[in-house]
Design a binder for this molecule. Structure first.
Ligand code: AMP
Length: 115
């Protein structure tokens, strides 16, 4: 069950600001408020999905396709296509997902620690 009180819903509805790096009909990308690497951007779906599992199973194929096609474009905009980057999504409590709105973390801009 999607909970509209989460902070990313408030960002999408412009109730609170964000530092946008990319936006289209399907996703919004903005800088993480607590960056874990030199570049740390969150890419969130505009559709209301609680996590990756919900997004992958409930969103249309076109939306899923568009969302994932946008990620390398965003990396390119950030200038990290050549140097490399990591994408990750936390799903549920064992992964310590804090915000219950589907998002991907995009990390880079420096040598990242091994997983
Ligand atoms: P997760 O643990 O995958 O749910 O990650 C949530 C992320 O959202 C964390 O990295 C937070 O630093 C980030 N975050 C929380 N509130 C904001 C905000 N208002 N603007 C930007 N990033 C945020």
């Amino acid at each position: 069950m999607y909970d509209k009180s989460n902070v990313f819903f408030k960002i999408l509805s412009k109730e609170i600001p964000c530092d946008t790096v990319y936006e289209d009909d399907v996703c919004l990308a903005f800088k993480d408020i607590n960056p874990q690497s030199k570049i740390h951007v969150l890419i969130i779906s505009k559709g209301l999905y609680t996590d990756f599992t919900d997004f992958a199973s409930s969103a249309s194929s076109e939306v899923v396709y568009h969302f994932f096609k946008a990620i390398p474009q965003i990396a390119s905009l950030l200038g990290i296509s050549e140097t490399g980057y990591r994408i990750a999504s936390n799903i549920g409590k064992d992964a310590n997902q804090v915000v219950p709105h589907f998002h991907m973390h995009l990390l880079g801009g420096e040598k990242l620690r091994d997983l």
